[in-house]
Design a binder for this molecule. Sequence first.
Ligand SMILES: [Zn+2]
Length: 278
Amino acid sequence: MTWIEVASNVFVKRYKLDDLNVAAIPGPSGVTVVDTGGSSAQAREIIADIKDGFGLPIVDAINTHAHYDHTFGNCVFAELGIPLVGHHRIPAHYAEYEAPRLAAWRSEPAREPDKDWGKVVLTEPTELVREARSLAHGGREIRLLPVPRGHTDTDLAVFVPDARVWLLGDVVEESGPPMFGSGSWPLEWPAALERLLAELMPDDVVIPGHGRPVGREFVERQADSLNLVASAIRNAWVAGLDFGQSLGSSELPWPEWMLRSAFEQGFSQLALQLPGGP
Ligand SMILES: [Zn+2]
């Protein structure tokens, strides 16, 4: 496996663990890394690969969102004094989801034997992003755009203007169905993609958090599919159907095991807004 140039002087490496995409954006004075891996060991591997591949210092690391597979390597970058950049809601998300997840693993590692979290220290970004802004620690402009809530409420789109490439984390999924869990907003996700589509040009390159590079049309199709799911959740709620009943009454794009948590989260979010429901 090696670094693949996905757009002009922007590189992605696809790691075996979790099939994670990590991006390297070299600038005149150093490399920006996008996502830090799902364990301390993976973070060390990423840092070594950057050194081998580019021979430049790492000037910063950006988290596309809070989930463990994208941020549990943060502690290793922090130990090296590398600034960490992420959405301002990552600390709140950590408290609600990732800290309990890590604590549960520590108390019973056998429950998730594929995880290697013994040395992980939850480490929040040192630079919290609240609104669209630019970053140029490596001497090359990178745009950061907080995405409206969808996959999570911590999604941060990373855009390299001179290469027209977008690193979108798991707001877009290529290697499998979108992941509805650990703080996702299935009813609002389509609008988050519409917001991004308003910025995407037809020939832009889009790098998902997992899987192969895609283009604008793929994002449009994913927005349509997410819209189908959101409508099915709303219709089921209004009709008073439960998950099983609503599955039988609508054509949905992804498997049942993946959609169950979308419905559960959608129902609980609707319960806060609307009377009725199952
Ligand atoms: Zn992920």
